[in-house]
Ligand binder design. Structure first.
Ligand code: NAP
Length: 417
């Protein structure tokens, strides 16, 4: 075990380990790091961790327990570690050691230093898959007529694409040199003098490992399809490459999968039972499809920018970000996180919805293989919402509802377990 300066590892509990096949091995009392988060982070973490602990205790009758260890990032880390320590080395070390962590929202520092703590975490730990399940909870006000029809899990590639941070500002020597180079190499292409430029790297390695993870998820959860979402009609080699490499990755799964082309050529358009359908859609059409025929889609795999837009658009369709969880997963570590920000104007008011960080905890329980506890929280959360006792964000849209505090909402969910 590593020794830490400010992290106090509990005396109870054991490490999660990786088996020879790369799968996690989970003891009955795993040590799990948490980052409380900034702004409203402490409020929602307190409410959500109470529900997680109570659920595990009730569902497993004391046989299982989470042994939490606090690690630091964001503003709290500045207080503990000092100036500019937004993401201390120890925090990364602890996530590597204990393999799975959960975090509240973090303030993005303005000005110099670290660009974004979240982006740094993903890059430092190679958390290449951003996983965002989106489903509707009965009773939650939504802008569409049939929100129950949307139930998707988005796998967004987290490390490449235009998010790689390779950008040159307009009229800098780097941008001008690159423009001169492009004009020389591609005389027929139009690049305006004085443009800002960005680079969009997409690799077979990055695309395939993301698509493999999405397909394995669909197989493990008995889901009907994986849709590769891309803009390959325009960006032939990057987005088109993602689609091509995605289908190549699918071939590795042998007869567990079948492509849409094969379904039409050999099976009259009907996917044979027990196989995961692999299909692809152009990104702009996908936005339409998810509004018009959402129930035809299940797991979506896509590049970074498409995934960013699609996840929020889907979350909006079922009633917003307050109940939208997320996870960043790599081969050696995973970090589960609330997808909204720190909502600083509500900090310390015990007001906002803890649903996003709680549902991230549910994803974490599923990742641990503790599905009974995860299912119990889904049921209890749905029940609490259907009783119309909800936090302000939902109460202001739900007629006849009673507004409850963040902590009270947590307590009601825990009581309903
Ligand atoms: P934000 O914190 O997500 O808040 C924007 C608004 O969304 C809130 O004022 C509130 O709306 C609503 N909201 C957010 N979370 C809610 C919840 N749990 N329950 C109910 N309503 C919720 O976005 P921001 O103000 O743009 O960002 C604040 C800080 O967070 C920035 O430093 C930003 O960089 C950071 N951030 C961090 C993450 C992350 O750590 N993953 C993600 C995004 C942003 P109403 O005012 O309408 O009630």
């Amino acid at each position: 075990m590593s020794t830490y300066k400010h992290i106090q590892v509990p005396s109870h509990g054991e490490h999660i380990t990786l088996g020879s096949d790369g799968a996690i091995q989970v003891p009955d009392e795993p040590i799990l790091p948490f980052i409380e988060g900034d702004g409203t982070g402490p409020d929602i973490w307190k409410a959500a961790s109470y529900v997680l602990d109570e659920t595990v205790r009730k569902v497993y009758g004391g046989k299982r327990k989470i042994s939490w260890v606090e690690i630091y990032a964001g503003e709290k880390s500045l207080k503990v570690y000092g100036e500019n320590q937004w993401l201390p080395e120890e925090t990364l070390e602890a996530i590597k050691e204990f393999k799975i962590a959960i975090k509240g929202p973090l303030t993005t520092p303005v000005g110099g230093g670290i660009r974004s703590i979240n982006v740094a975490l993903r890059q430092e730990l190679d958390l290449y898959a951003c996983v965002r399940p989106v489903r509707w909870f009965q009773g939650v006000p939504a802008p569409v007529k049939e929100p129950h029809k949307l139930d998707v899990v988005i796998f967004r590639e987290n490390t490449e694409d235009v998010y790689s941070g390779i950008e040159f500002d307009a009229n800098t020597s780097e941008a001008n040199e690159l423009i001169a180079f492009l004009k020389q190499k591609l005389p027929k292409k139009f690049v305006r003098e004085g443009s800002a430029l960005g680079v969009k790297p997409v690799s077979a390695f990055g695309s395939k490992r993301l698509v493999r993870r999405a397909i394995q998820f669909a197989i493990d959860k008995n889901l009907p399809s994986v849709t590769l979402v891309h803009k390959g009609n325009i960006m032939k080699f990057t987005e088109g490459g993602f689609m091509k490499w995605g289908y190549e990755a699918a071939k590795e799964f042998g007869d567990k999968v079948i492509t849409e082309a094969e379904v039409y050529e050999k099976h009259g358009g009907k996917t044979p039972a027990g196989k995961v359908l692999i299909q692809d859609r152009i990104a702009d059409a996908m936005f339409q499809q998810l509004l018009l025929r959402p129930d035809e889609y299940s797991v979506l795999a896509t590049l970074n920018l498409n995934g960013d837009y699609l996840s929020d658009a889907c979350a909006a369709q079922v009633g917003g970000l307050g109940l939208a969880p997320g996870a960043n997963i790599g081969d050696r570590a995973a970090v589960f996180e609330a997808t909204h920000g720190t909502a600083p104007k509500y900090a310390g008011l015990d007001k906002i919805n803890p649903g996003s960080v709680l549902l991230s905890g549910v994803m974490m329980l599923q990742h641990l293989g503790w599905d009974e506890a995860a299912d119990a929280i889904f049921r209890a959360l749905s029940q609490t919402i259907s009783h119309r006792k909800v936090t302000y964000d939902l109460a202001r849209q739900m007629e006849g509802s009673t507004e409850v505090k963040c902590s009270e909402f947590g307590r009601l969910i825990a009581e309903a377990i």
